[in-house]
Write a protein that binds this ligand. Structure first.
Ligand SMILES: *Cc1c(COP(=O)(O)O)cnc(C)c1O
Length: 336
């Protein structure tokens, strides 16, 4: 059957590189949302623990329940709040409505909108938000923001950071305690010289697919995930034979064609048969991708669809995140 291989060595290498930027592995909060960017929630949680990572960020309560034994804290980005989720689990408050509705006693981290204008409270309401949290018996344990374009050239990263630093100074001035401050995702961390926050929320860099345009310098990260398909059947083909749905894959010459057990039903892209996907070894998929299969010249038992999701993504005009998270949780993940 098809498989996703997770390289333990590459993951640990990436964490090591990232920890040099944060100056400590303890300052990495590993982002495990969406099945750990498709890598497998349980697998990555275990690898994270092995790497000494203490904090996790997830999207849902279900993910938080699944991984909390591995971590000291788990931050839930957005889900319906439940009362008393336990010591370790904190939830992000994304707007005023949530601030007023999360159950009393919840550990919260306030997200402020410093310029992305997606989630987060208005920084002008900083004091009011703290008072509301306090008045409602919420346990404020963090203040955070999110960068909208840390991976792009321009000043936006700096002005968002400046706004966040201003909030932090304000928090320190009023004597906020027991609160962790964090603004960085992977790209923002790579742009930070002298990282000075309590935590960095790291996703794509840990998985080895961070792409930053020049002149940004990124440490040598290595892709953790590779996707492998297994042969279903082989046949001899004659010139002009047309392969697959719609007969779009026309053979130029005689040879051997095999089908492999990955298709769009596995979360692989169906793409456009007139601009076929090319495997890392240079071979192009023949004709249309089916629900559970694609065709290729040759008869190898096993073929690698990608060893770097960023390269695969470039062929589909998308980003590595998109390729990785779409891969079906039903595909077996193995640590190699
Ligand atoms: C997904 C996410 C991250 C991680 O971003 P990467 O670019 O993958 O490092 C960090 N913070 C928040 C709020 C996120 O939603």
């Amino acid at each position: 059957m098809s498989k996703i291989e997770i390289s333990r060595r590459n993951f640990l290498h990436n964490i090591n590189q990232i920890a040099q930027k944060t100056q400590s592995v303890e300052k990495i909060a590993l982002v495990l949302k969406d099945n750990a960017y498709g890598h497998g929630l349980g697998i990555v949680a275990s690898l994270a623990k092995e790497a000494g990572i203490r904090h996790a960020v997830v999207r849902t309560m279900a993910e938080a329940w699944a991984v909390h034994p591995h971590f000291e804290t788990v931050l839930v980005l957005s889900d319906t709040p439940v009362s008393d989720p336990g010591e370790k689990i904190r939830r992000v408050v994304n707007d005023r409505r949530q601030l007023e509705s999360v159950p009393k006693g919840t550990r919260i981290e306030l997200k402020f909108d410093t310029g992305m204008h997606r989630n987060g409270l208005d920084p002008a309401c900083f004091h009011e938000a703290i008072e509301t949290a306090d008045g409602r018996g919420l346990k404020l344990s963090g203040v955070m923001t999110h960068h909208r374009s840390a991976d792009m050239m321009g000043s936006e990263f700096f002005w968002q950071k400046k706004r966040f630093d201003a909030l932090r100074e304000e928090g320190e001035r009023v004597g906020l305690r027991g609160v962790r401050w964090h603004s960085c995702n992977s790209a923002a961390l790579m742009r930070s010289n002298g990282f000075d926050e309590d935590l960095a929320r790291i996703g794509i860099a840990a998985y080895g697919c961070l792409q930053m345009p020049p002149p940004f310098h990124t440490p040598p990260l290595k892709p953790v995930m590779s996707l492998w398909a297994e042969r279903i059947a082989s046949r001899e083909v004659t010139p002009a034979m047309r392969i697959g749905y719609g007969g779009e894959g026309q053979m130029a010459k005689a040879g051997i064609v095999s089908t492999y057990d990955i298709g769009y039903g596995d979360g692989w892209f169906r793409g456009d048969a007139s601009r076929p996907y090319r495997l890392p070894d240079g071979r192009a998929i023949i004709g249309r991708v089916s629900m559970d299969a694609f065709s290729l010249e040759g008869d190898d038992e096993r073929v690698c669809l990608f060893a770097d999701a960023a390269e695969a993504a470039a062929q589909f005009g998308t980003i590595a995140y998109d390729v990785m998270v779409k891969l079906s949780p039903m595909i077996e993940r193995i640590v190699v």
